[in-house]
Design a protein around this ligand. Sequence first.
Ligand code: RFL
Ligand code: PHB
Length: 414
Amino acid sequence: MTVKHRTQVGIVGAGPAGLLLSHLLALGGVDSIVIEARSRAYCEARQRAGMLESTTVQLLRAVGLGRRLDAEGLEHDGIYLQFGGERHHVNFRELTGGRWVTIYAQTEIVKDLIRARTADRAALEFEVSETEVAGLDSDHPVLRYTDSAGQRHEVTCDAIAGCDGFHGICRPAIPRGGLRLVAERSYPYGWLGILAKAPPSTDEVIYCRHEDGFALHSMRTPEVGRLYLQVPADEDITRWPDDRIWDELQRRLGVPGWELQTGPILEKGITPMRSFVATPMQYRRMYLAGDAAHIVPPTGAKGLNLAVADVAALATALIRLLRDGNPALADAYSEHCLERVWRATHLAWWMTAMMHVVPGQDPFESALQLAQLRNLVTSRAAATMLAENYTGYAPLRYDPATRVVPTPLWPWVA
Ligand code: RFL
Ligand code: PHB
């Protein structure tokens, strides 16, 4: 027998997008249910992003999620750009008149969100299976799933939010012709990422272009480093024993007088690189947010930040629709988000193309990469362009009086 329920917003996926959406909707007085295929432990341990735009930090603080972020997050003024054996600091705070970036792991944001939703007695179900969305051509789409005890459920909703990541079921459920443009680009390399019990050997994140490929030195805490190496897209991780990883990181990241501190590797994995944008990000009363709608290669550190910006806009739109009866923002949701999505897609593509070196690459390509990097560290205008795009776009200012993030149509123009 199927148990039938009713809620206002059915949310598929308990990643940062789905969880934050449900939190923002609750603040605005809108009910939701979040269903998640994986276990809570899996969601809380999945290693991913770490770099937050100041706009993301400000929003999380304003909606009551800043306590641990403020205590444990590492605030950075900028990044290092390294190429040709030289390391240069780019000071975002100075270039943008005060914007910064914060290192705080996605795992920790997910833990904070799950704790907040659970304390709020939110409807949040882990380990569901056979998720389906139906009735997408009506004003009351339906969410169906089987819970961890094997019970089938059917939830009638006023809206569905597809926050189920790139491999989710919501985007493919859009009827034929519902997506106007699906733009995609894959890259011939991936990132081998490690989490290591080794104190970071740098105060701020290092992006390094090396003749043998890109390397990135990031961190999680003062004791734990997060580092990445460019590897071929189809690389086999068993070809990378720990010693080889550390040797290659030292070789690519090394500059005279600098030593990379090593330590036990706690986790390692290879991530493919892809750009992807599905347009529009909505079909009638189903809205896509975060990786379900778009993917960027991690070089610009944009994926999580875009997911946060999407759901800030979506929560506002759904609160206006379902609490106040005004559909204008819900109708304009995709158009609103896509401006930011394409800016970030460009930044991530551009940084990726500038920093990665493929074996046997055309010398013309290499010279162009180096010319761009040289421009970034010698021209204030060029560095400011990077700083503005990297630290975030329009501010996400939460308004406690209306309990939404005001989202005028083209905020970055203002
Ligand atoms: P998620 O996190 O993929 O969550 C989607 C959730 O949906 C669930 N799901 C389902 N649930 C129920 N039924 C189904 N049928 C379902 N199908 C799927 C999944 O189990 C999952 O829990 O998407 P979301 O919320 O949109 O969040 C996006 C971010 O996770 C992603 O963009 C970032 O991690 C990208 N990213 C980075 N972003 C940044 O802003 N800054 C960074 O520094 C940064 N570094 C990174 C990154 C991503 C990386 N990888 C591994 C892809 C570094 C790496 C290496
Ligand atoms: C990370 O800390 O995991 C990180 C930082 C910067 C990036 C990507 C990932 O561009």
